[in-house]
Design a binder for this molecule. Sequence first.
Ligand SMILES: *Cc1c(COP(=O)(O)O)cnc(C)c1O
Length: 352
Amino acid sequence: MSKVHNFSAGPSILAPEVIEASMEGIRNFAGTGLSVLEVSHRGKEFVAVVEETQATIKELMNVPDGYEILFLGGGASTQFLMVAYNLLETKGAYLKTGVWAANAAKEAKHLGNVEVVASSEDKNYSYIPKGYTIPADADYFHCTSNNTIYGTQMKSFPDSPVTMVCDMSSDILSRQVDVSKFGLIYAGAQKNMGPAGVTVVIVRKDILGKVSRAIPSMMNYQVHIDKETMFNTPPVFPIFSMLQNLKWVKKCGGVDEMQRRAAARAEMLYAEIDSNPLFKGNVEVEDRSQMNVCFVLNDESLEEKFNAAWKAAGISGIKGHRSAGGYRASMYNALPLESVEALVNVMRTFNN
Ligand SMILES: *Cc1c(COP(=O)(O)O)cnc(C)c1O
C-alpha cells in the first residue's frame, strides 16, 4: 500500500507508533496475557492506565492544582448539555462562532437562559467576533477555541469576568493554553488526542455544586469525580489508545513542539493558498485556524481536475464539510509536514 496523506477532520490521523502500541495492547495488555479489550476497568493494570493518562495530561498542559480530569462517553456533544446541567443557574453566555458553538448554546437552552454575546453567523462564520462584552451576571461564558468546520481559531481568550468554559475538541494539545483561565475545558478525543469514544473534561472543582437543580448522576461531574471517573464503565480502549498518543506527544517534545509543527504546516499551506491564483482562503486572515484550513477554487469548473489530482497523489479527506463546501485540510498533531508538501505540490501543478 502506498502512503496515504490523511487530512481527515475527525476521527483523524494518529502516529503509526500510536496505532502499533494500541494494537499491542489489544494483543497483550501490560503483560497480563489478556487483551485490553477483555479486562476489568477496575483491575490494577487499567486503573494505572487511567492514572497515568490523567498525570500525562496534567503534565503536558500544565494543569494547576484544583482541577480534576475525567474520561467520559457521549462525545463533545454530550458536554454541550452537561455543562449547562452543572453550571447554568440563571444564564449562560455563548460566543457563536460556528455550528458546534451554536449546538452548545442550543443544548443549554433545555436548561435555562442563554445569551449569545456575539456571533459571526452573518458572514458564514468566517471570522471570530472581537470586542464583545461578557455579561458579569452570567453563570459562565462558553467559547469554542477552534471552529473545525469553518477553519477559524481564537488566537487569544478574553479575560472573562465569569467562569470560562471552552470546547477545545479540535485544537487541544496543538498550542499552549493557560488552563488557569478556564473553569472547564472539554474535548472529544478523536481530533487531536486519540480515537473516538472518549471525551476529556478538565474541570476546576470549585465551580461545581452551585446550581439548585437536581442533576441526574450520569450528567453530574461531581459524581464522576467522586468515583474517580469510573462511575460507569469508562471507554477502556479509547483511553488506553489516547495514553499511547499522549506518550508520543511527550516524546516528541510536548505541546511546544506540537505548536511549532502546527505553525510550520499552516504557514506552508496558507502561503500556497495566498500565492496561487487558482485558490482562495475562506476566512479572515487574522482568524485562520492552524488545524483546519478551508479554501475554495476560484474557478469551480476546475473541481474535477483538482479532485482527480489530489486523489492520485494519495491525499485523503480534504473535501469540505457539507455545511461549508469547498476544501478543508485538517492538519492535526500527527500529520507530517511532507503530507502538506504533497498537497501544495498538487495545488501548484494540477492545472499545468
Ligand atoms: C467534532 C467537534 C464536536 C463534536 O464532537 P462529538 O465528539 O462528535 O460530539 C464538538 N465541537 C468541536 C469543536 C468539534 O470539532
